[in-house]
Structure formats: C-alpha cells, structure tokens
Design a binder for this molecule. Sequence first.
Ligand code: NAP
Length: 343
Amino acid sequence: MQKNYPLTNLTTLGVPSVAECFCVVRSVEELKKALIFAMKNDLEYRVIGEGSNIFLESEFIRGLVIKNEIRGKEVVDSLVRSNAGENWDDFVAWTISQKRYGLENLSWIPGTVGASPVQNIGAYGVEVAAFIHSVEVCKVSRSEQSVECKTLSRIDCCFGYRDSIFKKPEGKDYIITSVTFDLSAEPNINISYPDVKVWLERNSKKASDVTPELVREAIISIRKAKLPDLTQVGTAGSFFKNPVIKPDHFAKIKSKYDGIPGFPINSKEGPMIKVPLAWILDSVCKVKGLQIGCAYVHEKQPLVLINKKGGSYNDIQSLVRELSRRVFEATNINIEQEVVSWR
Ligand code: NAP
C-alpha cells in the first residue's frame, strides 16, 4: 500500500495525476484484503487494469487505486477461463493457438481480459458478449464491510452495444476477477466489414483461404495502419461512442449530408440507427488534426484523441468540449464519451 502514487504512466493517455493510495493485487485473496482495507479506512476504491480506457480528469485521485494483476488462463473442458489481469491481445493469440475460435476479430484491442465485458468490446462485426459464458466477480458490501465471490451468467451481465451491468449503478459493487469464454472448436469466419474485405483483396486472399489466423493478421494490420501506437503517443483509443439515434433524427441529418452512413440496429427503445461518428467528425466537422494546447485529433481516425507529452487534463477537456459543440451544431447529436473519466 503506497501513498501519493503517480498514475501518469499507468494510463495510456499519460495525463499527470496522483492517487491518494495505491496497491497491486495478484490474487483474489489480495484483492479482498485491499477492498477490506479501503472499507475500514473509509476510502473509495477504483480498479485499474492496463489503463487504456481511462481519462484522469483530476490531478489528485482520492481513495485507493487497485491495479489488477491477477494472471493465469486455462482450458476447462469445453470452456476457456482467464483471470482478469491477463493482457487481452495475448489472450486472443493464445485462444487461437489452443484452436478455440471466435475472438480473432477482437485482436489488437488494448487492455486486460477483465475489462473486456465492462464495455462489451466489439470490433469488425463481433462482440465479446457472444462468447462470454460467465464472469466471476468480487461483490463488495460497504454496509457489512464484506467481500463475497460470485459468478454471473451472460444473461446476468445485461450486455448491450458497448454496454453491460458493470457500467450501471447496479453493477458498481462488482469487481471482475475472471472471465470464462465459450469458444468454438470450429472456425467461424466473419469478414463482413469493409476494411477486412479490402485487406483480403489487397493481399490476394480468396474467401475460401481465410483462416482465423489470417483474420487475426488482417485485423492487426488494419488497426496498426489506422490507430496510433500506444507505446509512442498518449492516447486512450476511440474517445467517443458511435451514436445510436432514432430513424427520424437520422433522416433529418441525411437530408443535409447525403453521404452519411447509418447501420440499423434493434435496441430496447426499438429500431435505431448506429452512425459512424468518425464520418461526422471528418466529413462534416472537418476536425482531423484539430489541436487545443497539447491535445489533438488523430489524423487517420478522428475518434481518437492524442495527448502530447506535457499535456494536462484541461487540454483534453477543452478539445472534447469543442468537438461536442461542433457535432451538436451540425447534427443535433449529443456525443458520449466512451473513455471512463476518473475525477
Ligand atoms: P469502422 O469499421 O470504420 O466502422 C465505423 C462504424 O460503422 C462503427 O460504428 C461500425 O459499427 C459501423 N459499421 C461499419 N461497417 C458496418 C457493417 N458492415 N455493419 C454494421 N455496422 C458497421 O470503425 P473504426 O472506427 O475503424 O473501428 C474498427 C472497429 O473497431 C469497429 O467495429 C469499431 O466499433 C471497433 N472499435 C471498438 C471499440 C470498443 O469496443 N470500445 C473501440 C474502438 C473501435 P460497430 O461499432 O458495431 O463495429
């Protein structure tokens, strides 16, 4: 347990900040001890994995920050189980080497296995929820000052588009310790997304040649070409969610900007349209490269914000406000942050 611990290098965005208290846990027992410590000392607690989806919106983070480094993965009968602190992409590579398929479209996503159910990571037509069998959690009870281990089924997790119970008030006391996946022994190739099709064509691959290993290679290559290298620049990847709007709202925007793409989806509110925000930011708002202080919009993908060395959270905040204002003015869409803010 350390006091006034610098968090700057524990998030990929690299904004300077300090935690009141900090510790690393490498087992569920250590996690329980840390949580009990926080409750006994009346401290708020937060859990960090590889820090690739966190915006430290304050120079001082009150309470206890717990870094989850609970590692280990195994094949259990027909299922595959991984502890939360494993690196996601290493895990995806390992599942393919074990001839367990399904996660290859989710290659090269930063972060840990434990973070994957939280926002139900998805890419190139695949969502992790489709392969989740169950999620083990520590459930914290502040009133009883206790921590209990629990297993949640896929249904219990209430998955939606980039959403789950872990983002809602009813899931706030759950800390994910491991995830169990139900993967397929048979390859089930999904190459429906345009970027993947184009890559296969460019590399002269026929649909019949495509293996899960090749899909992984394609996705890694596409992502590396489009996204900045987290080890070279400060970024948390896509900063905003793609908006999901009502069909009549979409029709209004389309009458102004005819080329706008829209993908129909069914949500709890009925039929909706998912709109690529990158298209609006690029073709309507023309913000690629826009810079405020040390924060700027990535040239190749405007959903991605970059924080140059030395930048403070103020610069990112100002850029977020400016982008939100421009998108709202042009489309009446209130954009939502995907990255989680810690204040
Ligand atoms: P992209 O492939 O240019 O797609 C932009 C948007 O159009 C996304 O909302 C995507 O939906 C949608 N889209 C494109 N083709 C589609 C199709 N055939 N059917 C339905 N919807 C379609 O996006 P990108 O920014 O370069 O990112 C690549 C992939 O990584 C996308 O799937 C994106 O969602 C994903 N990604 C995920 C996260 C995350 O999980 N937090 C963060 C960054 C990027 P979908 O969003 O449903 O794919």
